[in-house]
Design a protein. Sequence first.
Length: 85
Amino acid sequence: MDDYLDCLFQCVFDHMEAEATVNLIDYSRCRSAQDMAWSALKKELTHEQIKLVDDYRSAWIELRYQEDKLLFQKAVALGKWMVQA
């Protein structure tokens, strides 16, 4: 992604996350459920297991971020194509 798309993506992503946290009940409910599940899991795992899960979660989050960026880039390209058509 070029600098302009990257900046636009970050702006949209930041606002989407802020709005989701404040306005979307389902998002808040899912976020709370995830936090509670993670807390319960951490109580049962050893330190080494927690490290493995943390490493997995970090890799998964980075992958999701890259997928979101790709989806955004494709959506912008589609929008440009629609305007030109």
